[in-house]
Design a protein around this ligand. Structure first.
Ligand code: PLP
Length: 370
C-alpha cells in the first residue's frame, strides 16, 4: 500500500515537537476524568471487568448505546472496531477491483487509498476555496459519475477544511447517490461538533438505506487512545461481512475500551459541550491572530468541527513555512501537501488547549521573519 502521508508526518513529529498546532482531535480526557462520569451500572461493569476476549460484533450494551445516536439503526446493525479499521474493512468488503469510487477531497488518505490499492479506479472531487469559504459543487460529483461507479465517499464535518454542507446540499448528494444506486460511505468522525445544533445533518445511515456511517470516540469525544469506533448500516448483510473480515484484523474490540466507550457515550453531552467551548475560544483567538498577520495568513472560517484549513500567503511555499516554524519554534504544523493539495494551505487544530501557546510562538516567528 502507498504510505499514509499524514500519519507518517505525525509519526515523525508528534512526540518530538514541543507544540502541535494541527491536531484533529479535541483535548484528550484522562482515565480519571472519564471514570468520574460513571453511573452505577458502568461503575459496576468497570470494577468487575474480565479481561477476556469480547463479542466480535461488539459489547451489546455498547452497541445499544451507539444505536441511540441514530433513528433507524438497531444495535444489530452496528459493529464496533477501531475507526481506521472501519474504513479498511468497509472498503475491502464493499468494493471489487475495477469498481469506480468518488471521494471528496482533500481527504483523510485512507478514505480513497484503500480503494485505490485494492484495484479500484478513484476520482477525487475537490472542495474549492470561494469568497464564502470552502465549498462543494454537487455538479462536480455528478460529472464524475461513470457506469461503474459503485461508491461515493464523504466526510462531514470535514477533515481538513471544517466544511459542512447545508441540509439542502446534503439531500442533493443523497439524491445523486440514490439515482445512480451508489453506496454512500459517510465518515462522521467529527459529528456532534456542529457549532449550532440545528446545523447537524442526519447520519447517512438514517437518511439513505444504501449508506454506511463511520463513527467513533477519537475526535468529538476526546478519546483517541481507546481506539473505539463503529460502522452502522441498515444493510445487515454488510454488517455480517464486516464481522467476517474483522476476524482477520482484530477479531474483537478491547474489553476495557468497550466499557469506557459506554461511559463516554452516556456522558456525551457534557464531553461535547466542553470541547465546543474550547473550539469557540480558539476560533476567536485564531481569527484575531490571522487578521493581525494578514500579509502572511488568510483565515478561512470552518463551518463545523475542530479543524480549519487557512491559506498561507507569505513568501515561499507552505511546506517551507511549516518546516521553518518547526525548526525555529518547535511548533508542528501540517501543510496541505500531506493531503495532496495544490496551493498553500495548512491545517489548524481548534480543539486543543495549547493553541494559544502555538499562536504565541508563531507570532514570534512571524515578527522575526517580517
Ligand atoms: C476523517 C477521519 N476519519 C477517520 C479517522 C481515523 O480515526 P482513528 O485515528 O481514531 O482511527 C480520522 C483520524 O484522523 C479522520 O480524520
Amino acid at each position: 500500500m502507498q504510505p499514509f502521508k499524514l500519519e507518517r508526518y505525525f509519526a515523525q513529529h508528534e512526540f518530538s515537537a514541543e507544540v502541535l498546532m494541527s491536531s484533529s482531535d479535541c483535548e484528550s480526557l484522562s482515565l480519571e476524568t472519564l471514570l468520574n462520569l460513571c453511573d452505577p451500572e458502568t461503575e459496576h461493569l468497570w470494577k468487575n471487568l474480565s479481561l477476556g476476549y469480547t463479542e466480535s460484533q461488539g459489547l451489546p450494551l455498547l452497541r445499544a448505546e451507539i444505536s441511540t445516536l441514530y433513528t433507524r439503526v438497531h444495535p444489530d446493525q452496528v459493529i464496533t472496531l477501531a475507526p481506521e479499521e472501519g474504513i479498511y474493512i468497509a472498503m475491502r468488503t464493499l468494493l471489487r477491483p475495477g469498481d469506480h469510487v468518488i471521494c471528496l477531497a482533500p481527504a483523510y488518505q485512507s478514505l480513497y487509498q484503500v480503494a485505490a490499492d485494492s484495484g479500484c479506479q478513484v476520482s477525487l472531487c475537490w472542495l474549492r476555496q470561494t469568497t464564502s469559504g470552502w465549498q462543494l459543487d454537487p455538479q462536480q460529483i455528478k460529472d464524475l459519475i461513470r457506469p461503474n461507479t459503485r461508491m461515493l465517499v464523504v466526510n462531514f464535518p470535514h477533515n481538513p477544511s471544517g466544511f459542512l454542507p447545508s441540509r439542502a446540499l446534503f439531500e442533493k448528494i443523497i439524491d445523486l447517490a440514490a439515482q445512480h444506486n451508489l453506496i454512500l460511505f459517510s465518515d462522521e468522525m467529527y459529528r456532534l461538533l456542529e457549532y449550532k445544533t440545528e446545523d447537524r445533518l442526519p447520519a447517512a445511515c438514517d437518511a439513505y438505506p444504501n449508506a454506511v456511517s463511520l463513527g467513533g470516540l477519537s475526535k468529538s469525544m476526546s478519546l483517541p487512545g481507546l481506539r473505539a469506533g463503529w460502522l452502522a448500516a441498515r444493510n445487515r448483510e454488510w454488517i455480517q461481512s464486516f464481522q467476517r473480515y474483522k476476524d482477520y484484523t482484530t477479531i474483537c474490540s478491547s474489553a476495557p475500551s468497550e466499557v469506557l466507550a459506554v461511559i463516554a457515550l452516556r456522558a456525551r453531552e457534557e464531553i461535547v459541550q466542553t470541547n465546543l467551548g474550547i473550539i469557540r475560544a480558539n476560533t476567536a483567538l485564531a481569527q484575531a491572530f490571522f487578521a493581525h498577520n494578514a500579509t502572511w495568513l488568510e483565515w478561512i472560517p470552518p463551518l463545523a468541527g475542530p479543524i480549519a484549513l487557512p491559506h498561507y500567503t507569505g513568501p515561499g511555499s507552505v511546506d517551507e513555512f511549516c518546516l521553518s516554524v518547526l525548526q525555529q519554534q518547535n511548533v508542528m504544523i501540517v501543510p496541505g501537501s500531506m493531503f495532496e493539495m495544490e496551493g498553500n494551505y495548512f491545517r489548524v487544530g481548534l480543539g486543543r488547549k495549547n493553541l494559544p501557546e502555538a499562536l504565541r510562538r508563531l507570532q514570534t516567528y512571524l515578527d522575526a521573519a517580517a
